[in-house]
Structures are given as structure tokens and as C-alpha cells.
Design a protein around this ligand. Structure first.
Ligand SMILES: [Cu+2]
Length: 162
């Protein structure tokens, strides 16, 4: 009498089928083919006093300035120096919808919006390719933001000097 072999019921029948169902759904929401990561010329300002109104004086203020709203979710340049009565033009140079907004009531963080006393804010949609111009006459500091991207840091500032 030989000793009986221990029965080990190997139930490895077809357990590998469940693992094949997980597919990597790698497609995101919006195909954004624009690799427009071309950082425009970074002019190194000599006086790098990083205060809010640093370097903005009547001598350096511009009478017309363009701010790009980009697919990188930035206003470029984020800070501009404008002469009172000058014009800021925002342009959406990418494919993502933005706004330029200076209304504290529309801000997630009310400190992202500011207007000098006596001035009024604005709120303008910027579809892809769209521009919006605004004349600012009241000197002071304006802080604005993009509504969909405020929390992502899409903020801007305009210093107006007379
Ligand atoms: Cu935006």
C-alpha cells in the first residue's frame, strides 16, 4: 500500500479574465494641441524692487499695453505700468476660455480684485482669439483675475500713474 497523494484541488480556472478589463482611459477632456510655450522675451528689469508699484512712474508708464491671456493660465505680463488715460488690451492668444475680471464680488478670494477709490471694475469674457480694451483714467493699483482660473493663480495687476 502506497500512501495516497494529498489532493490539492487546484481551482486556478480562468481567474485571469477579470484583470484585462481595466483600460487606461488616458484621454483628457480637451485636446489642446497648442504647444505655445513660447515664452516671450523676458526683459530683465534692472530695478528689481518687487514691491507692488515698483518701478512704475510717469517716466516709465506706457500709454497702451497688451496683456496676453495664455493657455498656460497666465496673464502675460502679469504686471503692467500704465499712464493715466492709457489703454490696456487683453488678448486671448490661446484656445482656453478666460475672463478679465476686476469685481471683488466675483472673486473666490476678494483680495484678488482691487480698484482705486473712484474707479470701477470690469468683467469681460475672452474667448479664443478675442480682445478687449479698457481705458483707465484713475491712478492707483488695479488687481484683476480670470474667473475660471483664479484659484490657479491667473492674476494680474495694473498700476496707473498720472
Ligand atoms: Cu483663465
Amino acid at each position: 500500500m502506497t500512501h495516497p497523494s494529498p489532493h490539492r484541488p487546484t481551482l486556478l480556472l480562468g481567474l485571469a479574465a477579470a484583470a484585462a478589463a481595466i483600460l487606461v482611459a488616458a484621454c483628457g477632456t480637451g485636446p489642446i494641441p497648442g504647444q505655445s510655450a513660447s515664452s516671450s522675451n523676458t526683459t530683465s528689469s534692472s530695478s528689481s524692487s518687487s514691491s507692488s508699484s515698483g518701478g512704475c512712474s510717469a517716466a516709465t508708464a506706457q500709454t497702451a499695453v497688451t496683456v496676453d491671456a495664455t493657455d498656460a493660465l497666465k496673464f502675460t505680463p502679469a504686471s503692467v505700468c500704465l499712464k493715466a488715460g492709457g489703454t490696456v488690451t487683453w488678448k486671448n492668444v490661446g484656445n482656453i476660455f478666460h475672463t478679465t475680471t476686476d469685481e471683488a464680488s466675483l472673486a473666490a478670494n476678494s483680495s484678488d480684485a482691487a480698484v482705486p477709490s473712484g474707479a470701477s471694475g470690469w468683467n469681460q469674457s475672452l474667448n479664443a482669439g478675442q480682445s478687449f480694451s479698457l481705458k483707465l483714467t484713475v491712478p492707483g493699483t488695479y488687481k484683476y483675475f480670470c474667473i475660471p482660473h483664479e484659484s490657479l493663480g491667473m492674476l494680474g495687476q495694473i498700476t496707473v500713474v498720472s
